[in-house]
Design a protein around this ligand. Structure first.
Ligand code: AP5
Ligand code: MG
Length: 198
Protein backbone atom coordinates (compact mmCIF):
# COMPACT_ATOMS: atom_id res chain seq x y z
CA UNK A 1 0.00 0.00 0.00
CA UNK A 2 1.16 3.49 -0.81
CA UNK A 3 2.11 5.35 2.34
CA UNK A 4 1.81 9.12 2.58
CA UNK A 5 3.39 11.28 5.25
CA UNK A 6 0.24 13.20 5.91
CA UNK A 7 -0.84 14.49 9.31
CA UNK A 8 -4.56 15.05 9.62
CA UNK A 9 -6.78 16.16 12.48
CA UNK A 10 -10.46 15.09 12.24
CA UNK A 11 -12.90 17.43 13.99
CA UNK A 12 -16.64 17.08 14.41
CA UNK A 13 -19.59 16.49 16.69
CA UNK A 14 -20.30 13.17 18.37
CA UNK A 15 -21.66 10.99 15.59
CA UNK A 16 -20.21 13.09 12.78
CA UNK A 17 -18.12 10.15 11.55
CA UNK A 18 -14.64 10.86 12.92
CA UNK A 19 -14.07 7.20 13.79
CA UNK A 20 -15.59 5.90 10.57
CA UNK A 21 -13.58 8.24 8.38
CA UNK A 22 -10.48 7.91 10.55
CA UNK A 23 -10.31 4.17 9.92
CA UNK A 24 -10.93 4.54 6.20
CA UNK A 25 -8.41 7.33 5.73
CA UNK A 26 -5.79 5.48 7.76
CA UNK A 27 -6.22 2.41 5.57
CA UNK A 28 -6.09 4.43 2.35
CA UNK A 29 -3.11 6.56 3.37
CA UNK A 30 -1.18 3.90 5.29
CA UNK A 31 -0.83 5.86 8.51
CA UNK A 32 -2.13 5.07 12.02
CA UNK A 33 -5.57 6.16 13.20
CA UNK A 34 -5.21 7.61 16.69
CA UNK A 35 -8.55 8.09 18.45
CA UNK A 36 -8.44 9.78 21.85
CA UNK A 37 -11.80 8.32 22.90
CA UNK A 38 -10.71 4.80 21.95
CA UNK A 39 -7.46 5.17 23.89
CA UNK A 40 -9.36 6.44 26.94
CA UNK A 41 -11.95 3.62 26.71
CA UNK A 42 -9.08 1.09 26.48
CA UNK A 43 -7.72 2.45 29.77
CA UNK A 44 -11.17 2.11 31.36
CA UNK A 45 -11.54 -1.47 30.08
CA UNK A 46 -8.07 -2.40 31.36
CA UNK A 47 -8.83 -0.70 34.71
CA UNK A 48 -5.56 1.17 34.69
CA UNK A 49 -5.07 3.93 37.24
CA UNK A 50 -5.86 6.48 34.55
CA UNK A 51 -8.88 4.45 33.42
CA UNK A 52 -10.31 4.36 36.93
CA UNK A 53 -9.76 8.12 37.18
CA UNK A 54 -11.64 8.96 33.97
CA UNK A 55 -14.38 6.28 33.88
CA UNK A 56 -17.13 8.28 35.60
CA UNK A 57 -16.47 11.38 33.49
CA UNK A 58 -16.58 9.38 30.26
CA UNK A 59 -19.90 7.82 31.29
CA UNK A 60 -21.34 11.29 31.97
CA UNK A 61 -20.07 12.60 28.63
CA UNK A 62 -17.77 15.13 30.30
CA UNK A 63 -14.47 16.13 28.79
CA UNK A 64 -11.42 14.54 30.38
CA UNK A 65 -8.95 17.16 31.72
CA UNK A 66 -6.50 18.46 29.09
CA UNK A 67 -3.40 17.17 30.93
CA UNK A 68 -4.81 13.64 31.12
CA UNK A 69 -5.70 13.57 27.43
CA UNK A 70 -2.32 14.95 26.45
CA UNK A 71 -0.65 12.22 28.49
CA UNK A 72 -2.71 9.58 26.69
CA UNK A 73 -2.40 10.81 23.10
CA UNK A 74 0.84 12.81 23.13
CA UNK A 75 3.27 9.93 22.82
CA UNK A 76 1.19 8.15 20.19
CA UNK A 77 1.03 11.30 18.07
CA UNK A 78 4.75 11.96 18.22
CA UNK A 79 5.63 8.32 17.49
CA UNK A 80 3.23 8.21 14.52
CA UNK A 81 4.34 11.56 13.15
CA UNK A 82 7.99 10.55 13.31
CA UNK A 83 7.29 7.33 11.44
CA UNK A 84 5.20 8.81 8.65
CA UNK A 85 2.01 10.55 9.70
CA UNK A 86 -1.32 10.13 11.49
CA UNK A 87 -5.06 10.52 11.38
CA UNK A 88 -6.03 12.05 14.69
CA UNK A 89 -9.66 11.65 15.82
CA UNK A 90 -11.20 13.34 18.86
CA UNK A 91 -8.24 15.52 19.73
CA UNK A 92 -8.03 18.46 20.18
CA UNK A 93 -11.32 19.10 21.95
CA UNK A 94 -10.45 22.46 23.48
CA UNK A 95 -8.54 25.46 22.19
CA UNK A 96 -5.93 24.84 24.92
CA UNK A 97 -5.39 21.29 23.61
CA UNK A 98 -5.02 22.64 20.06
CA UNK A 99 -2.44 25.22 21.10
CA UNK A 100 -0.48 22.74 23.23
CA UNK A 101 -0.45 20.14 20.44
CA UNK A 102 0.68 22.78 17.95
CA UNK A 103 3.58 23.84 20.20
CA UNK A 104 4.70 20.24 20.77
CA UNK A 105 4.48 19.45 17.07
CA UNK A 106 6.29 22.59 15.97
CA UNK A 107 9.20 21.75 18.28
CA UNK A 108 9.60 18.60 16.19
CA UNK A 109 8.61 20.01 12.80
CA UNK A 110 5.60 17.70 12.78
CA UNK A 111 2.56 19.95 12.80
CA UNK A 112 -0.75 18.92 11.23
CA UNK A 113 -1.11 19.44 7.48
CA UNK A 114 -4.88 19.71 7.56
CA UNK A 115 -7.76 19.92 10.02
CA UNK A 116 -10.86 18.34 8.49
CA UNK A 117 -14.14 19.46 10.04
CA UNK A 118 -17.00 16.98 9.54
CA UNK A 119 -19.94 19.36 9.64
CA UNK A 120 -23.25 17.75 10.65
CA UNK A 121 -26.66 18.84 11.85
CA UNK A 122 -27.33 17.87 15.49
CA UNK A 123 -30.48 15.94 14.61
CA UNK A 124 -28.60 13.64 12.26
CA UNK A 125 -25.88 13.17 14.89
CA UNK A 126 -28.55 12.22 17.47
CA UNK A 127 -30.06 9.66 15.10
CA UNK A 128 -26.69 8.10 14.37
CA UNK A 129 -25.73 7.85 18.03
CA UNK A 130 -29.11 6.39 18.96
CA UNK A 131 -28.61 3.85 16.17
CA UNK A 132 -25.26 2.89 17.62
CA UNK A 133 -26.44 2.66 21.25
CA UNK A 134 -26.85 -1.10 21.06
CA UNK A 135 -23.18 -1.35 20.19
CA UNK A 136 -22.40 -0.89 23.88
CA UNK A 137 -20.82 2.52 24.37
CA UNK A 138 -21.90 3.67 27.79
CA UNK A 139 -22.07 7.33 26.70
CA UNK A 140 -24.54 6.50 23.88
CA UNK A 141 -27.11 4.78 26.08
CA UNK A 142 -28.72 7.85 27.65
CA UNK A 143 -30.29 10.71 25.65
CA UNK A 144 -29.23 13.25 28.31
CA UNK A 145 -25.60 12.18 28.03
CA UNK A 146 -25.79 12.53 24.24
CA UNK A 147 -27.21 16.07 24.65
CA UNK A 148 -24.40 16.90 27.08
CA UNK A 149 -21.76 15.67 24.60
CA UNK A 150 -23.34 17.75 21.83
CA UNK A 151 -23.48 20.82 24.10
CA UNK A 152 -19.80 20.48 25.03
CA UNK A 153 -18.97 20.14 21.37
CA UNK A 154 -20.79 23.40 20.56
CA UNK A 155 -19.24 25.16 23.56
CA UNK A 156 -15.70 24.29 22.48
CA UNK A 157 -15.55 23.81 18.73
CA UNK A 158 -15.79 27.38 17.35
CA UNK A 159 -12.47 28.56 18.87
CA UNK A 160 -10.79 25.39 17.57
CA UNK A 161 -12.15 25.92 14.06
CA UNK A 162 -11.04 29.57 14.19
CA UNK A 163 -7.62 28.42 15.34
CA UNK A 164 -7.08 26.04 12.41
CA UNK A 165 -8.65 28.49 9.99
CA UNK A 166 -6.09 31.04 11.19
CA UNK A 167 -3.33 28.53 10.42
CA UNK A 168 -4.80 28.19 6.92
CA UNK A 169 -5.33 24.42 7.17
CA UNK A 170 -9.07 24.07 7.84
CA UNK A 171 -11.11 21.96 5.39
CA UNK A 172 -14.88 21.70 5.99
CA UNK A 173 -16.77 18.68 4.64
CA UNK A 174 -20.53 18.03 4.61
CA UNK A 175 -20.77 14.96 6.87
CA UNK A 176 -24.39 14.21 5.97
CA UNK A 177 -23.23 12.56 2.74
CA UNK A 178 -22.58 8.84 2.37
CA UNK A 179 -19.53 7.35 4.08
CA UNK A 180 -17.83 6.67 0.72
CA UNK A 181 -18.49 10.13 -0.70
CA UNK A 182 -17.10 11.80 2.43
CA UNK A 183 -13.91 9.73 2.23
CA UNK A 184 -13.38 10.64 -1.41
CA UNK A 185 -14.12 14.32 -0.72
CA UNK A 186 -11.53 14.39 2.04
CA UNK A 187 -8.93 12.57 -0.05
CA UNK A 188 -9.48 14.99 -2.93
CA UNK A 189 -9.02 17.96 -0.59
CA UNK A 190 -5.86 16.39 0.82
CA UNK A 191 -4.32 15.33 -2.48
CA UNK A 192 -2.05 18.38 -2.78
CA UNK A 193 -0.68 17.63 0.72
CA UNK A 194 0.22 13.96 0.46
CA UNK A 195 3.96 13.38 0.36
CA UNK A 196 5.23 9.96 -0.75
CA UNK A 197 8.30 10.15 1.44
CA UNK A 198 7.17 8.00 4.33
P1 AP5 B 1 -14.97 10.14 21.36
O1 AP5 B 1 -14.74 8.70 21.38
O2 AP5 B 1 -14.09 11.00 20.56
O3 AP5 B 1 -16.51 10.33 20.98
P2 AP5 B 1 -17.33 11.49 20.27
O4 AP5 B 1 -16.61 12.71 19.88
O5 AP5 B 1 -18.52 11.68 21.14
O6 AP5 B 1 -17.67 10.90 18.89
P3 AP5 B 1 -18.18 9.46 18.52
O7 AP5 B 1 -17.06 8.50 18.62
O8 AP5 B 1 -19.43 9.15 19.24
O9 AP5 B 1 -18.60 9.74 17.00
P4 AP5 B 1 -17.71 9.77 15.71
O10 AP5 B 1 -17.60 11.17 15.22
O11 AP5 B 1 -16.45 9.00 15.89
O12 AP5 B 1 -18.68 9.03 14.70
P5 AP5 B 1 -18.66 7.49 14.23
O13 AP5 B 1 -17.73 7.32 13.09
O14 AP5 B 1 -18.52 6.60 15.40
O15 AP5 B 1 -14.93 10.70 22.85
C1 AP5 B 1 -15.63 10.03 23.87
C2 AP5 B 1 -15.35 10.69 25.20
O16 AP5 B 1 -13.95 10.60 25.49
C3 AP5 B 1 -15.67 12.18 25.29
O17 AP5 B 1 -17.03 12.41 25.60
C4 AP5 B 1 -14.74 12.61 26.42
O18 AP5 B 1 -15.25 12.18 27.65
C5 AP5 B 1 -13.50 11.79 26.15
N1 AP5 B 1 -12.53 12.45 25.26
C6 AP5 B 1 -12.10 11.99 24.06
N2 AP5 B 1 -11.20 12.81 23.53
C7 AP5 B 1 -11.06 13.83 24.41
C8 AP5 B 1 -10.27 15.02 24.41
N3 AP5 B 1 -9.44 15.31 23.39
N4 AP5 B 1 -10.39 15.86 25.47
C9 AP5 B 1 -11.20 15.57 26.51
N5 AP5 B 1 -11.97 14.48 26.57
C10 AP5 B 1 -11.89 13.60 25.52
O19 AP5 B 1 -20.14 7.39 13.63
C11 AP5 B 1 -21.28 7.38 14.49
C12 AP5 B 1 -22.33 6.42 13.93
O20 AP5 B 1 -22.78 6.92 12.68
C13 AP5 B 1 -21.81 5.01 13.65
O21 AP5 B 1 -22.81 4.09 13.91
C14 AP5 B 1 -21.46 5.05 12.15
O22 AP5 B 1 -21.57 3.78 11.56
C15 AP5 B 1 -22.52 6.00 11.62
N6 AP5 B 1 -22.03 6.81 10.48
C16 AP5 B 1 -20.81 7.39 10.35
N7 AP5 B 1 -20.72 8.08 9.19
C17 AP5 B 1 -21.95 7.96 8.60
C18 AP5 B 1 -22.49 8.46 7.37
N8 AP5 B 1 -21.77 9.25 6.55
N9 AP5 B 1 -23.76 8.15 7.07
C19 AP5 B 1 -24.51 7.36 7.90
N10 AP5 B 1 -24.06 6.84 9.09
C20 AP5 B 1 -22.78 7.15 9.42
MG1 MG C 1 -15.49 8.11 17.50
Amino acid sequence: MRSCAVRIVLLGAPGSGKGTQGERLAARLGVPHIASGELLRAHVAAQTELGLEVAAGLARGDLVPDDVVLAVVGEAIVAAAESGGYILDGFPRTRAQAERAHELALERGLDADAAVYLSLDDDIARQRLAGRAEGGRVDDADAEVIEHRLQLFHDNMRPILDYYDGLGILVTVDASQSVAVITETILAALAPLAREDA
